[in-house]
Design a protein around this ligand. Structure first.
Ligand SMILES: Nc1ncnc2c1ncn2[C@@H]1O[C@H](COP(=O)(O)OP(=O)(O)OP(=O)(O)O)[C@@H](O)[C@H]1O
Ligand SMILES: [Mg+2]
Length: 300
């Protein structure tokens, strides 16, 4: 049995909208990611996916709940301090928009090597430059790009630089927050295949956040569906696609086009009643490993 690498427990985070209006961005979310697994998190825009990722990465502080990484409570000040180096090297994040997450005034080589330099990591390949070159080749970029600045790179090239920078730290956990949605389709496929390779060959653990369900289906072992800050369903990817149980998941999946036109036409389009969504309820295991947010029994 694989070990739990990341344990998200009852995570809550609200943001202030106006003076006295708060939005519950993440509302009691719990899930675990096992070592070597690709865990997908899906949900419409604003459902709280990035907030979960940011809490996991010590970027946004949860109001309540815990995030345990390798058993370390990452938002506990003393535990964070005692494990700072491990937490800063072992978890890496790749953002959707590398144009804004990469410093435009730094060359690709320096961008890739920076986290190693900051963390005083001795480059396994001799110099930081050699390390940057190795990682660059690894993600499929020619070393001739090493001296380019981000604005001189295409979106896909920039995203590879961001991935190379993360990989240089030899992390155990990669959090990828919609890493491909800014790219064109052929570039998306290349990056997805790179992720697949990383997982197959190197056993990386991923928290993979996406809008695109077909990508999640291809890449993820298990997945969770977020709706308005609530996890409404969680299961093995296959099972979730074959037998979704929550009305929101059903609606989400029924909106994916099927390549076969006859089957496409025969399929009922499932509508989800947003107004009827009851955010109360219990997240119950209805089949082994398959969890659904269920309504509280009336009068129960
Ligand atoms: N720093 C912030 N300040 C105020 N509100 C925020 C902040 N970050 C997120 N929110 C709000 O929290 C909710 C969840 O946002 P979040 O970015 O986590 O959603 P998301 O699922 O990642 O959406 P998208 O698919 O568009 O990236 C949204 O209503 C958003 O407006
Ligand atoms: Mg987001």
């Amino acid at each position: 049995m694989a070990e739990v690498l990341l344990d998200v427990r009852d995570l809550c985070r609200s943001f202030r909208r106006t003076k006295d209006v708060f939005v519950k961005a993440v509302d009691g979310v719990s899930f675990q990611i096992y070592e070597g697994e690709v865990f997908g998190l899906v949900g419409e825009s604003g459902s709280g996916k990035s907030t979960v990722a940011r809490c996991v990465m010590n970027i946004v502080r949860p109001q309540t709940g815990h995030i345990l990484y390798k058993g370390v409570d990452v938002w506990d000040r003393a535990q964070f301090r005692a494990n700072r180096r491990m937490l800063q090297t072992d978890r890496q994040i790749i953002f959707q928009d590398s144009a804004s997450s990469l410093d435009p005034r730094m060359r690709a080589a320096d961008i890739i090597a920076e986290p190693m330099a900051v963390n005083h990591i001795v480059p396994p390949r001799g110099t930081l430059r050699a390390e940057a070159e190795f990682q660059m080749r690894y993600v499929g970029l020619a070393p001739s790009y090493l001296d380019r600045y981000p604005p001189e790179l295409s979106g896909g090239q920039r995203q590879r630089v961001a991935i190379a920078r993360a990989l240089a730290m030899e992390p155990s956990l990669l959090v990828a927050d919609e890493p491909i949605s800014a790219l064109d389709v052929s570039m998306q496929a290349q990056i997805i295949n790179l992720f697949r390779h990383l997982q197959d060959e190197h056993g990386f653990t991923f928290l993979f956040i996406a809008h695109d369900l077909s990508v999640v289906r291809y890449l993820c072992d298990r997945m969770g569906v977020l709706y308005r800050g609530k996890l409404v369903e969680l299961a093995r990817t296959e099972e979730l696609f074959d037998a979704p149980l929550h009305p929101y998941t059903k609606a989400l999946l029924s909106a994916i086009p099927i390549p076969d036109r006859r089957r496409e036409r025969a399929r009922p389009l499932y509508r989800f009643d947003e107004a009827g969504f009851d955010c109360r309820g219990t997240f119950a295991e209805v089949r082994p490993g398959h969890f659904v947010l269920q309504r509280e029994e009336a009068g129960g």
